[in-house]
Design a protein around this ligand. Structure first.
Ligand SMILES: Cc1ncc(COP(=O)(O)O)c(C=O)c1O
Length: 480
């Protein structure tokens, strides 16, 4: 039978895409195509199939041929036929899962942070860093912002997007970032992107910035791998209780930092170092790339404004809604020195290919209508409560383990006695507890250090499971 591709929709309002090919009678070919569609999951259990008449018309087959093929699959248990509800894919006709099944157990002893990857299976207890509380996404407010944004959107918003981003969003961000983070910018200096990772790709893989880059000795391996893929050599900077030490004499011109809340150790960059790093960039014609990933979340310390405010021509501020709203949105921004705007836009290409214009308009409305501020304030309270419970649980059960870096952000670092990190992670894995050790974040060329520790994310666990996760953590920690 000749190959034919058909979309059938008329009667039941759904498309059924079938590939009719191979040897055999028409009925056999159709039966095989339907079985394949059920088996590989294209036709999910419960899906209603088109009436014989419409499928026959679409495929150029006799109505009887379709009826016979359906009857055969009903007899085999692939389909069910009921008076009044038509022919449907049987509930038990589970599709074959393609690809490897997740292996049981947690990748606790790997040096790659479990938090870096999308979850493949759910741990019993989740204290991974890097994830906001998924249950707190403001669905209703986001939906009403989307409705308002769609109603107000001009027709051109539904055409190809401007790679710089919607002006509505850039205006909203310029106001918000100035007010909340002390950023000095205009909408013209903002380029919308899909997040900090995308921004790094544009800056480095896009060739905007070249040459080696100084990075903090502890940081996100995912970001280091983006830089490595762009053939950017990274030089680790020592990190202490005052953030990164950027030596005056080092030859590297450009620096990537997390000044508001060093990731993951948690220090805020000391004011003298903030000034020095900007002076250094001025003196060397270099740039500071500021990853302002969780600047909105600070609890009991003075807010640390964005470094960008010190010199908008020497600092590129990168941010996203990944911590404040959800990493699922994939929306972020770059606040650029004037001379870099066109270069970054050239790296981005002629059309917007990453950030949905409709999501951008929704976020603009969400910010302008005050929902973003309200959400951030609500989440600040929520996460502060979570952090306080972590601190209290440690004080009650393992008082020798002191959390650090807790004044801001969504995670804390628990320092461990030298040599005990791996053992503690193994003990955590036995409790079904997912979290990472400090070693997973260390730059491969960083000087050997005795800094063993755990990075504990207190945002991701659902409310009902947080207490049990803390208990599992306390059981896994070494006794005093
Ligand atoms: C250090 C750091 N920077 C940035 C981000 C955000 O990355 P993105 O905006 O690509 O989701 C994260 C994770 O949420 C992070 O841990």
């Amino acid at each position: 039978m000749a190959e034919s591709w058909v979309n059938s929709a008329q009667r039941i309002g759904v498309d059924l895409h079938l590939e009719l090919s191979g040897a055999g009678s028409r009925r056999a070919v159709l039966g095989r195509a339907l079985r394949d569609a059920v088996r590989d999951g294209r036709l999910a259990p419960g899906t209603r199939l088109p009436a014989y008449r419409s499928l026959a018309a679409d495929l150029g087959l006799a109505r009887n041929t379709v009826a016979e093929a359906y009857a055969e699959l009903v007899a085999e248990g692939w389909l069910t036929a009921r008076q009044g509800s038509g022919t449907r894919v049987a509930q038990r006709a589970e599709p074959v899962v393609r690809g490897r099944e997740p292996r049981p157990g947690l990748r606790q002893t790997s040096t790659r942070p479990t938090s870096d990857a999308a979850p493949r299976h759910d741990p019993r207890h989740d204290l991974r860093q890097g994830r906001p509380d998924a249950a707190s996404f403001p669905r209703a407010a986001w939906l009403s912002a989307a409705r308002r944004a769609l109603n107000a959107a001009p027709h051109e918003a539904f055409g190809p997007g401007d790679p710089q981003g919607r002006i509505e969003l850039r205006r909203a961000l310029a106001d918000y970032l100035a007010r909340a983070r002390g950023v000095r910018t205009t909408p013209e200096r903002i380029v919308v992107c899909s997040g900090v990772a995308h921004a790094l790709r544009l800056l480095f893989a896009g060739g905007v910035l070249r040459g080696p880059l100084a990075v903090e000795a502890y940081g996100l391996p995912f970001h280091r791998s983006i830089l490595a893929a762009a053939a950017i050599r990274t030089v680790p900077l020592e990190v202490d209780d005052h953030g990164a030490r950027v030596p005056e004499a080092a030859s590297v011109r450009n620096v990537l930092l997390t000044p508001a809340h060093q990731f993951p150790t948690g220090a805020a960059l000391h004011p003298e170092r903030r000034a020095a790093v900007v002076d250094r960039a001025r003196a060397r014609d270099g740039l500071v790339v500021e990853d302002d990933y969780d600047g909105d979340f600070r609890y009991d310390r003075e807010p640390v404004g964005a470094l960008q405010g010190l010199d908008p021509e020497r600092v590129v501020q990168l941010g996203s809604v990944s911590k404040s709203l959800t990493p699922a949105l994939r929306l972020g921004w770059m606040v650029l020195p004037e001379h870099l705007v066109d270069v970054v836009l050239a790296a981005k290409g002629e059309r917007e290919a990453w950030a949905s214009a409709l999501d951008q308009l929704t976020l603009a409305d969400f910010i302008d209508s005050g929902h973003y501020d309200r959400h951030v304030r609500r989440m600040r309270q929520h996460y502060r409560g979570r952090r306080d419970r972590l601190v209290a649980a440690l004080a009650a059960h393992v008082p020798h383990v002191v959390p650090t870096g807790i004044a801001a952000g969504l995670h804390a670092v628990l320092r461990l006695p030298p040599g005990s990190e791996r053992r503690t992670l193994e003990a955590a894995a036995r409790q079904g507890l997912a979290l990472d050790g400090l070693a997973a974040f260390r730059h491969p060329d960083a000087a050997p250090t005795a800094a063993d520790g755990l990075v504990v994310g207190y945002a991701a666990a659902p409310d009902h499971a947080y207490g049990a996760a803390l208990e599992a953590l306390c059981r896994a920690l070494p006794p005093g």
